[in-house]
Design a protein around this ligand. Structure first.
Ligand SMILES: [Fe+2]
Length: 199
């Protein structure tokens, strides 16, 4: 779960997060959809305008060694995950509730509940909620450094948040989580998930 520890460093302020999580929890309760136990990631991509550019991610699993990841992504009406691509990650979006306006390599389409779309490495994509909307992303492992945003402000924020300072600045290691640090987290199963020992 090391990458979620990295990702949590990208979270918004507690005030924004509290309000956003209230909306998220109300929607998932209304939809009667169980959410994973791991603390959701609330991000505004460093732009400080969460209602416009932001999302909530609820990670189910990110098994880097085994090679898979699953997470929910929740967006409100008009809220957008901005243009980006991955060099490695191949991902599939499955729309669980609501609708998304998705842009892939400049082509925009609407994905409705029950539809899915695969995004290949190198394809520049973004997605926007149409009403409150929830998707499940099934993918290769999520690695924060494999996110390449078109907006240079977001890239600068991302690098700073994960401890890759711009040239000439001191590079800091990512902060350890309060619950035991990144190394311990990598060995620990997700909260709420039990590992079954091989016989
Ligand atoms: Fe993506």
């Amino acid at each position: 779960m090391k990458e979620l520890d990295f990702a949590q460093a990208l979270s918004v302020s507690p005030a924004v997060s509290t309000k956003a999580l209230k909306t998220f929890r109300a929607a998932t309760r209304r939809w009667k959809i169980a959410m994973p136990a791991a603390k959701p990631l609330v991000s505004d991509f460093g732009l400080g305008d969460f209602s416009r550019t932001g999302l909530i991610e609820a990670w189910i699993a990110n098994e880097e060694a085994a090679g898979y990841c699953g997470k929910y992504m929740f967006l409100t009406d008009g809220q957008e995950c901005p243009l980006h691509h991955h060099k490695v990650k191949h991902e599939t979006f499955f729309i669980v509730r609501g609708e998304f306006s998705v842009s892939v390599d400049g082509q925009r389409r609407v994905l409705k509940e029950g539809q899915s779309l695969a995004i290949l490495p190198g394809q520049v994509h973004s997605f926007r909620g149409i009403g409150e909307a929830l998707m499940l992303e099934l993918s290769m492992p999520c690695v924060v450094r494999d996110n390449y945003f078109e907006d240079p402000r977001i890239m600068a924020w991302l690098r700073a948040a994960i401890g890759e300072a711009p040239a000439g600045k001191t590079t800091e290691k990512p902060k350890a989580s309060r619950s035991g640090g990144t190394a311990a987290a990598a060995r620990r199963p997700f909260p709420g998930i039990s590992r079954i020992s091989p016989r």
